[in-house]
Design a protein around this ligand. Structure first.
Ligand code: 13P
Ligand code: SF4
Length: 300
């Protein structure tokens, strides 16, 4: 199947982008694997005619917005991030009426329509950096309350207004579960994703995006054990990059949507030219402003 996928990819001049949470077999066959920010950066630079996304819907939408003239396909078009729908346009409009000096900052895990109503996008790897560069005093951070609260800890000069969305997969983890693992593996360093609750983040040695967590492991020379507090798909990259280190995960830390792309579906997407993403032109134009601003400020 891997050979067939490679051949189909060449025939369609397609390139495959995968997130660290998807199945390890897909990560192996992908041309680029990364966190949300990296994938958006890569997507902007590609020359291929077709881009295939192994991830969830908002990722495909973002890539299509950044590449309106290319064909963008999802390995599974039904794979969606529930958090992307946890804020409404009405709520954003309400906040804009309430505060004069306001920037609406949206986590990239949001729909294209929400992005089109926001001033700038962020990801977990650049949110603190970007929010601290904004000139507005009031920030409505959507949809993730946990990432928003994490940003607020570092950008004290701003009034950060939180929305009530959350990632169901990260938010369900409670401090006592992590405490139990810390008791079991006393020497292990704890590396955690900022979509987790504040009580969980408080128990961590490092907080960062998936890419941040992977890079952080490389900085430890003497430590060999790590408790990884994010979705278990990250284990493929950690295992291949650091084969001699030991990684421990919390039980049932799985995003079902990220597990929807499979090799079979990838083959079928390429063979049958299916699962193409389309974004309304007007929405795409406005959302592009927010995404482009992120790409610009995110590297400053
Ligand atoms: P990052 O890859 O940016 O850390 O995001 C995690 C995530 O939840 C993507 O859905
Ligand atoms: Fe959405 Fe959470 Fe799954 Fe990421 S891990 S896609 S934020 S539900």
């Amino acid at each position: 199947m891997r050979d067939r996928i490679k051949e189909l990819k060449q025939n369609e001049d397609a390139i495959i982008l995968a997130h660290y949470y998807v199945d390890g077999e897909i990560q192996k066959i992908a041309d680029y694997v990364g966190d949300s920010f990296y994938l958006a950066q890569v997507a902007k630079k590609l020359n291929n005619r077709t881009i295939v996304i192994a991830g969830v819907y908002f990722m495909g939408e973002s890539v299509k917005i950044l590449n309106p003239d290319k064909t963008v396909r999802m390995v599974d078009i039904k794979a969606d991030c529930p958090m992307a729908h946890m804020v409404t346009v009405e709520k954003i409009k309400e906040m804009r009426e309430k505060y004069e000096d306001l920037a609406v900052v949206c986590y990239i895990n949001s729909t294209a329509e929400i992005k089109s109503h926001c001033d700038i996008c962020v990801t977990s790897s650049n949110a603190v950096n970007i929010v601290s560069q904004l000139k507005e005093k009031n920030i409505f951070f959507v949809p993730d309350q946990n990432l928003g609260a994490y940003v607020a800890r570092f950008v004290k000069e701003k009034n950060i207004i939180l929305n009530d969305g959350y990632c169901p997969v990260h938010n369900k983890i409670r401090a006592n579960e992590l405490e139990d693992l810390k008791i079991k593996y006393k020497k292990a360093k704890v590396l955690c994703h900022p979509e987790c609750r504040e009580e969980v983040l408080a128990l961590s040695d490092y907080i960062g995006s998936t890419k941040g967590i992977i890079q952080e492991v490389g900085k430890y020379k003497d430590e060999n054990e790590f408790i990884i507090v994010t979705e278990e798909g990250i284990s493929s990259e950690l295992f291949s990059k650091y084969p001699t280190k030991k990684f421990y995960y919390l039980n049932d830390f799985v995003c079902d949507d990220m597990k929807m792309p499979t090799l079979e579906k990838l083959e079928s997407t390429l063979k049958n030219k299916e699962n193409e993403i389309f974004v309304d032109e007007d929405i795409a134009k406005k959302a592009l402003v927010a995404l482009d601003r992120m790409l610009e400020l995110g590297v400053k």
